[in-house]
Design a binder for this molecule. Sequence first.
Ligand code: SAH
Length: 451
Amino acid sequence: MKKNDEFIIDITDVTNEGSGVGKYEGMAVFVPLTAVGDTVKVKALKVKKTYAFGKLIEIISPSIDRIENDCEAFNKCGGCVYRHISYEAECKLKENKVYEVIKRIGGVDMKPQPIIPSISIYGYRNKAQYPVSGEGKVGFYAFHSHRIIPCADCSLQPRIFSKIVAVTEDWIKENNISIYEEEKHRGLLRHIYLRLAEVTNEIMFTAVINGDKLPFADRLIESLKSLCGENLKSVQININKKDTNVILGDKCEVLYGEPYITDVLCGIKVRLSPLSFYQVNRTMAEKLYEKAAEYAKPESRNILDLYCGAGTIGLSMAGSAKSIIGVEIIPEAIADAEFNARNNGIKNAEFICGDATTAANDLKKRKIHPDTVIVDPPRKGCTPELIATITNDFSPEGVVYVSCDPATLARDIKIFGENGYSLIEYTPVDLFPRTSHVETVAILKNELPMA
Ligand code: SAH
């Protein structure tokens, strides 16, 4: 095979990133925008030794999973990868991907419980972080790139976000606001970060800036107020002067309203500051937490909730648990967690700000023996040291692992296994319809319960 060759192949698999895969002359060919079951004509774009990348030229015979894509930015912006197949097919595929990775990397051949599909596949997100382009356009990054694709009207976002984007673009233009240029590390406005508390309708607007002041902020606030009315609860700047692709800096300043918005999750009022993590799909986070609770069996138990964010998982179980200890590295999130406990009349929860591995080491000295440990780490997963502390020192009956990355979950399941904790059951939960992402919750138990 050489570059620009055209040939016909059957698509038989899909990558974790959503690209279709077929075989030609014994070589794997990756073809974006194709679906398992398609027969397609492909043009080779890049040919490596053992694999190639191809471009879809023509669908000779479509997969039965195919549906009409309804978004102009599909395959341009870095968000959705499954707008061309049915949601049922997407769920099957995600369930199978999680199974395969747990088998291959985790070394456990166990079928998952059926994936819990998202109740809604449109407008399910409550958060957007839009980069701002040189022309003052607000959009999303393209795949694996920092090129900005205009997509104000993203169908995964709530409708109000596109209206806020439009108002912001007008304000940028009318006031000639300086835009951040990544390559030169100069200019002011980097990102527009929006959050909606779905239950209360409260809106938080944060401008991420490479500077200390937002010029003409009063004009922006007036426009936002006339668009959102009472629902506009918080306008802030986040200061990020670093030459980095990390979106948020660590300092925020309120320009209007409150430093927080409040949502309701599993019956708990949750106060959120811009720097606190919050699941982007609230409705499905409730389903995820219900499953976590089913696995954690919190009734009259001592629970350790590691990587707790604003405390949400632990607090949702505090009513029936004996005690909750939450650990989280972001100080603002811990402040929110402590407030959330008080604000919900929860008295059996304690929160510790620090790195999970270090904090677990400190807790070890307190000789705590939680009945259940919950971990919900970022994509990189847990450290082997943390896993050893959990299994050897805390020795809980069960470990509930909530994961946004099946590969690191699988890697950690293997390490837990080497430390005597086996995978008992796991359930994928789809918090991110139409994208390649999927959440998984697993229960691991000590094979050799202590006498
Ligand atoms: N359980 C929470 C948050 C999960 S996201 C929820 O369901 O909402 C993962 C969290 O881990 C984030 O809040 C992040 O700030 C935190 N985190 C990242 N690295 C950490 C570390 N080394 N130690 C402790 N917490 C960390």
